[in-house]
Design a protein around this ligand. Structure first.
Ligand code: UDP
Length: 478
């Protein structure tokens, strides 16, 4: 007997930055394809960017059960939003979005005149932990979404034990000393700890704040993580010991692509906040197969002019071809200091191409791309893994420090350049990645790319986990 009386209707609440909105939109689309109604509650700024530079509106118009709603994050539209202002965004959602969300949900859930079907579940970004109080107030189950890797999630969850053992906060300057995150004891060093676990990671919310966030997240009804079992199986089982309903459904962009491939629609799923400079695609078309190293540090990381120069000299001296994304707001300093030095742009000749923002998923899949110099943001890491492209990691903050350790030490998909940026090291690493050690990295990258395909295909782990998540969401509305 079918007991389902209300059709499932999920409210999705992302943290307002590029990587998180991007992956939650992919999850939203996967749920829409399964016939679940979705309200995507986006902050004004990302929503405005998406409408200006991506094709989301056209793409989602094919799902009658989908709609966007917007809410304020308390910051003016013109507020800069690089890693330097990350805490402003955290603060904004806490002081402005949280109370507005409470009001909005009380009015939606208690209104008798609302024509929309009632909500049956909230899926909130793990950085929007205030959603727990709101969910409790209106009597809805809460599921948290991790836009970060399972290894970083698990390291954050282990902070209370590390604090108790006196390992965090770090004292002294031996950053290579091992730390005892369960399951990572033999290889995780202090310098690999995510977020405020590292003394110098000042741009991330304070330690006690982090502890609270992750304790709260573990108490949710379920967890959805953008990863897959073949990549992070051992860590996922540690997490599942604490949160049995943990669904690893990623890589979401590959999963969505696989589901859409079985349809006639061929819509490209760009969720970009910035105008993509597509001129790099014809440039890539002219380069030999696997000859180009793609260089990009995501949407938030900032670098100094000195670092930029060291990277540039290292790249040029390596003799490799490169495609480099230098965002207009990527350089530390005020507007006038933010100009990329002209000699760098002119000195690339035709071996280098520089753009302000690239269609990254398309770039990663291009046959000319053979390596990725990345900041190890989780979306970028997954995009590289899916494309079978090995990496040089130069992490900036948050989860990136631990992701790069896993890329190099555990998955053997590249090298970790953490805490170093000099032209000699850059040159050597690029040569190793693109020439000397190419065969070994390519072997590991090909194997992992094959695992991805299996996991998102019928019967694969992410495919089945998504099925279980959908079933769970349906049960919540019964
Ligand atoms: N991205 C892009 N074009 C660029 C640089 C980045 O489309 O020129 C996208 C990239 O594909 C990824 C996201 O921006 O999906 C960045 O997310 P990630 O988690 O890697 O890093 P973050 O920006 O959060 O540091």
């Amino acid at each position: 007997m079918d007991q389902r009386s209300v059709s499932p209707h999920v409210l999705i609440l992302p943290f307002p930055i590029q990587g998180n909105v991007n992956s939650m939109l992919k999850l939203a689309e996967l749920l829409c394809l399964a016939g679940i109604q979705v309200t995507f509650l986006n902050c004004h700024y990302p929503h405005h960017c998406l409408l200006s530079y991506s094709n989301v509106q056209a793409r989602f118009s094919r799902y009658p059960g989908f709609r966007f709603e917007t809410i304020s994050d308390g910051l003016p539209m013109e507020h800069p939003r690089t890693a330097e202002q990350f805490l402003d965004i955290v603060d904004g959602v806490k002081t402005t979005t949280a109370p507005l969300f409470m009001e909005m949900m009380i009015s939606w859930c208690r209104s008798t005149s609302d024509t929309r079907p009632p909500l049956t579940c909230i899926i909130a970004d793990e950085l929007m932990t205030f959603a727990t109080d709101v969910a409790n107030e209106v009597g809805l189950p809460i599921v948290f979404f991790c836009a970060i890797s399972a290894c970083s999630f698990w390291a954050y969850c282990s902070f209370p034990q590390l604090i108790e053992a006196g390992e965090v906060p770090i004292t002294g300057d031996d950053m290579d000393r091992l730390v005892s995150v369960p399951g990572m004891e033999g290889f995780l060093r202090r310098r690999d700890l995510p977020g405020s676990g590292r003394v110098n990671d000042a741009a991330y919310p304070g330690l006690q704040n982090i502890v609270k966030i992750f304790q709260q997240v573990q108490r949710a009804h379920a967890l959805v993580i953008n990863t897959f079992d073949d990549l992070e199986g051992p860590v996922l089982s540690q997490i599942r010991d604490h949160c049995p309903r943990t669904y690893a459904v990623g890589p979401l962009h590959a999963h969505l692509k696989s589901k859409l491939a079985s349809e006639t629609s061929t819509s490209q799923s760009s969720n970009s906040f910035r105008k993509e400079d597509k001129s790099c695609i014809p440039w890539l078309d002219r380069q030999p197969p696997k000859s180009v190293i793609y260089v990009s540090f995501g949407s938030l990381a900032i670098i100094t002019k000195d670092e930029l120069r060291e990277l540039w000299h290292g790249l040029v001296n390596s003799g490799s071809r490169f495609l480099w994304v230098i965002r207009p707001d990527a350089l530390v300093g005020k507007d006038e200091e933010r100009q990329t030095p002209a000699e760098l742009l002119e000195g690339t000749n035709d071996r280098g191409c520089v753009v302000g923002w690239a269609p990254q998923e398309e770039v990663m899949q291009h046959p000319a791309v053979g390596g990725f110099l990345t900041h190890s943001g989780w979306n970028s890491t997954l995009e590289s893994i899916v494309a079978g492209v090995p990496m040089i990691c130069w992490p900036y903050f948050a989860d990136q420090q631990i992701n790069s350790r896993f890329v190099s030490h555990v998955w053997k998909l590249g090298m970790d350049m953490k805490d170093t940026c000099d032209r000699v090291t850059v040159e050597k690493m690029v040569r190793d990645l693109m020439e000397e050690k190419r065969a070994e990295f390519m072997k590991a990258a090909d194997t992992m790319a094959t695992s991805v395909k299996k996991s998102v295909s019928e019967g694969g782990s992410s495919y089945c986990n998504l099925g279980s998540l959908i079933e769970e969401i349906r049960l919540l509305s019964a």
